[in-house]
Design a protein around this ligand. Structure first.
Ligand code: DCT
Ligand code: MG
Length: 407
C-alpha cells in the first residue's frame, strides 16, 4: 500500500509562504521532500488530528491500554499506546490489515500486535483482560471522582478500597474537593452536552459582566475543538486593561454562589513561579461544581407520567456540572488559549496535543512553552504573541485550527 499521499497530507511538510523557516519544524525539515513524505511526523503538533476518524475500535483499544499503563505508573507504555492511537486518528481510511501500519511511526511492536488482533478477531485478549481486571475497574471509578488523581486512587487501592462505598471508611480523610466529587458523582459522570455548556456560559458571562461589562469570556477545552460533549466546561477570561481583572473572579464566583448556582468551588490564586516552566501553569483558576438549572423544568422527562411513590425526595431541577474558570492577563491570553484548548487524553496527565507541543518546543526548538508564554532557552528571551497563529509561527509550525488538535 502506498501511504505517501497520506503521510504527505498529514505531515504539514509544505513550507508556509510567510517565512522560510515555517516548514516541518524539526530537524527533519532539512530532509528532501521525498524522504519527508515517507515519514509520519514525530510530534502530534505536526499533524492535523480531526475529531472524527476511521479507526475507532483500534484507537479505543489502544487508549484502554494507555490508561491501564498510566494506572500502573508506566509512563513509557502510556506514551507508546497514546502515540500509536494518536497517529491512527489521522489515518484517512479504515485499516484492513496490520501491514498497512508498517511504515507508520509509533505503530510497531506491542501496538502492532493489538492492531493485528483487532483486525483479525475483532477483539484483543489483552484489552479484554484489562477491562475485566479489578485494578483497572477500581482505578476508573476512583479517578472518576473530582479531586482524585492516579496517585491517590492507587494508594486507596493498595489500602483495600475498591468502590465508592468503601470510601465511607475514610470519609474523615477526604479533602473538601473529594467530598464534593463524591456527593455529586452520578451527575459528574454524565457528559456535559453542548446545550448545557452554552447555558453555563450564559451564567458565567452574566456574573462577570455585572462587574466588568466588556470582559472577554471564551469557552475553551474540548468544546472549542468541536466536541459535542465533555466532562466539564472550561472558560478563559481576560480584558485589555489588566486592572479590570483584579479580584474579578472572586467577586463573580461569590455573586453566583449567592444566587445558589455554585455547589463547590476552590480558587487557586495567580502564581508567578511558572514563567519558564514547560510543565506547570500559574493562572488564577476557579475549579467549581455548578448547579445548572434544567432547561425547561415544565418539560422534564417525568412530566405527565405517573411516578410510583418510591422516592419521597423532591424532584431536582438542576444538574451538577464541573466548570473551570481561568483568568489570563491580556498579554498572555493567546498562550493561555492555546494551552486551555487542549486536547487532553486523560485528566490527570498533561493533555496529549499540549504535551506534544511542549515536547516539540523543548526538544526541537529549545524553547519552553506554557500557558503564559514562550521562552527561548538559548537566546534567553520571551516571544510575545497576540494570536495562536503567531505562536505556531514562532515555533516554525503550520497553524492548526482547534478542531485539528484532537490528538
Ligand atoms: N488544562 C491545562 N491545565 C490543567 C488542566 C487542563 O492546561 N491543569 C488544559 C488542557 C486542555 C484544557 O485545559 C481542558 O482540559 P480538560 O477539560 O481536562 O480537557 P477537555 O479536552 O476539555 O476534555 P473534556 O471534553 O472531557 O472536558
Ligand atoms: Mg474540558
Amino acid at each position: 500500500l502506498d501511504i505517501s499521499w497520506f503521510t504527505e497530507s498529514m505531515s504539514l511538510g509544505k513550507p508556509l509562504k510567510v517565512e522560510p523557516r515555517h516548514c516541518l519544524g524539526d530537524s527533519s525539515s532539512s530532509v528532501s521532500s521525498d524522504k519527508a513524505t515517507q515519514e509520519t511526523p514525530s510530534y502530534a503538533c505536526q499533524r492535523r488530528t480531526p475529531l472524527h476518524h476511521h479507526n475507532k475500535e483500534i484507537v479505543d483499544a489502544l487508549q484502554i491500554l494507555a490508561l491501564s499503563a498510566s494506572f500502573q505508573g508506566s509512563e513509557a507504555r502510556y506514551l507508546g499506546f497514546t502515540r500509536a492511537a494518536s497517529v491512527l486518528k489521522c489515518l484517512p481510511f479504515t485499516l484492513q490489515s496490520a501491514e498497512e501500519v508498517k511504515d507508520l511511526q509509533f505503530c510497531g511492536g506491542h501496538s502492532k500486535t493489538v492492531i493485528q488482533e483487532i483486525l483479525e478477531d475483532r477483539v484483543c485478549r489483552e484489552v479484554e483482560m484489562v477491562k475485566n481486571s479489578e485494578h483497572y475497574q477500581s482505578m476508573k471509578v476512583l479517578t472518576g471522582i473530582f479531586g482524585v488523581g492516579i496517585r491517590t486512587a492507587d494508594k486507596w487501592y493498595r489500602d483495600g478500597i475498591r468502590s465508592l462505598s468503601d470510601l465511607n471508611e475514610i470519609e474523615g480523610k477526604l479533602t473538601g474537593e473529594q467530598k464534593a466529587g463524591l456527593l455529586h458523582y452520578t451527575d459528574l459522570q454524565q457528559p456535559v452536552t453542548r446545550d448545557e455548556a452554552e447555558r453555563v456560559e450564559q451564567l458565567v458571562k452574566g456574573a462577570l459582566q455585572s462587574f466588568v461589562p466588556d470582559v472577554q469570556v471564551t469557552m475553551t477545552g474540548g468544546f472549542r475543538r468541536g466536541k459535542q460533549e465533555g466532562h466539564d466546561v472550561d472558560f478563559l477570561i481576560t480584558h485589555p486593561n489588566e486592572e479590570a481583572l483584579n479580584g474579578l473572579l472572586r467577586k463573580a464566583v461569590a455573586w453566583l454562589d449567592s444566587k445558589g448556582s455554585i455547589l463547590y468551588h476552590h480558587i487557586k490564586g495567580r502564581s508567578h513561579n511558572f514563567a519558564r516552566s514547560s510543565t506547570m501553569d500559574g493562572h488564577e483558576t476557579c475549579y467549581a461544581i455548578f448547579a445548572l438549572p434544567n432547561a425547561c423544568p415544565e418539560k422534564s422527562p417525568d412530566a405527565g407520567t405517573i411516578q410510583p411513590d418510591l422516592d419521597k425526595s423532591p424532584p431536582r431541577n438542576w444538574k451538577a456540572v464541573r466548570v473551570d474558570l481561568v483568568v489570563a492577563p491580556y498579554s498572555e491570553y493567546s498562550y493561555a488559549l492555546l494551552g486551555w484548548t487542549g486536547s487532553k487524553f486523560f485528566y490527570p496527565l498533561l493533555q496529549h496535543f499540549e504535551r506534544e507541543l511542549r515536547r516539540f518546543s523543548l526538544q526541537v526548538k529549545k524553547m519552553s512553552l506554557n500557558s503564559h508564554g514562550l521562552f527561548d532557552i538559548e537566546k534567553k528571551c520571551h516571544y510575545p504573541a497576540t494570536s495562536e497563529e503567531e505562536i505556531f509561527a514562532h515555533l516554525g509550525l503550520l497553524y492548526l485550527t482547534p478542531s485539528e488538535r484532537n490528538a
